[in-house]
Design a protein around this ligand. Structure first.
Ligand SMILES: [Zn+2]
Length: 289
């Protein structure tokens, strides 16, 4: 097991790739309308038809400001759910500590969206007699798009089991949400912008410095396999919107050599795309730096 997180440099900005372990999810839910033989050949499955997914989080070090993009799946699960998701591996707080940071050091937590596997460490048990949940990052503002917070508070049958109140209500009660519309420059070189599609307020984070660009794509591009435009997950609330936003991101990334940071990719956590002869078909090129 590695001890230190991987580091990516975007000009003068450093991005640490932190893991919150791995989990398994039904392959059909990850690949929506795509026939199983197509995704299974690439991702493989266990005996229950589940694919293995990483929970990658990204700690952006921009000058003195520390910005965490997504907070993993957390560990607020009972035994049954741990088994269902086959949770394994190191936790985000353990990885933060290995990098020399405490949760108190984080200035901003950006939730690309509030699904449970992106907001899992937003809050954790605070200890004390009440045993109540408190924000894990007490000195951070939690950055979320207005439509996303509304959607989490008004779940539907499609997302009730992933918009868990325990991941956002303690943050709201502590008054730590920094709610924005469409787009927010957090610090020079780090911008969060709404894409929609997967959820009403789904957002990506663009990191830009020294002529280089990286995009933390959240669930607009959960794994490298989702580089095919129609491969939307079954959880996508607005799949056509996902396809539009993804088509744009893939084209820009391939043509301008943007580094893509991937939340659920166990192998290529960061990669480039190469355009082929056929429009909207891409090859993955692993990042070496
Ligand atoms: Zn999601």
């Amino acid at each position: 097991m590695r001890n230190l997180p991987d580091t990516i440099r975007i000009g003068g900005i450093e991005v640490l790739v932190l893991s919150d372990g791995v989990f398994r999810l039904d392959g059909g839910s990850m690949f929506g309308i795509v026939p199983r033989p197509l995704w299974e050949a690439e991702r493989g499955t266990d005996e229950e038809g589940r694919v293995t997914l990483a929970c990658n989080c990204f700690l952006i070090l921009a000058g003195k400001t520390k910005i965490l993009v997504d907070s993993g799946i957390g560990r607020k699960f009972d035994e049954k759910r741990r088994r269902i998701y086959a949770l394994d591996g190191r936790t985000l707080p353990e990885e933060l500590a290995a990098a020399g940071f405490s949760p108190r050091d984080v200035d901003f937590v950006v939730n690309t969206h509030l699904h449970m596997d992106h907001a899992g460490w937003n809050a954790s048990p605070g200890g004390g007699d009440s045993g109540g949940l408190v924000p894990t990052f007490p000195n951070a503002r939690y950055v979320v798009e207005r439509r996303e917070l509304y959607a989490a508070g008004h779940p539907t049958e499609l997302n009730r089991r992933t918009y868990l109140p325990e991941n956002w209500v303690p943050v709201a009660n502590a008054g730590l949400f920094l709610v924005y519309d469409w787009k927010l420059d957090i610090v020079p070189g780090v911008t969060v912008f709404r894409t929609g599609g997967h959820t009403p307020g789904h957002a990506c984070v663009m990191i830009r410095d020294g002529g280089r660009t990286a995009v933390a794509a959240g669930d607009l591009l959960p794994t490298s396999s989702h580089r095919r435009v129609p491969w939307a997950t079954a959880y996508d609330m607005f799949p056509v919107e996902t396809m539009d936003a993804r088509r744009w991101l893939l084209r820009e990334a391939a043509r301008k050599r943007w580094l893509l940071l991937c939340d659920h990719e166990p192998e290529f956590k960061a990669f480039y795309l190469k355009e082929g002869a056929i429009p909207d078909r891409y090859e993955v090129e692993a990042a070496r730096d």
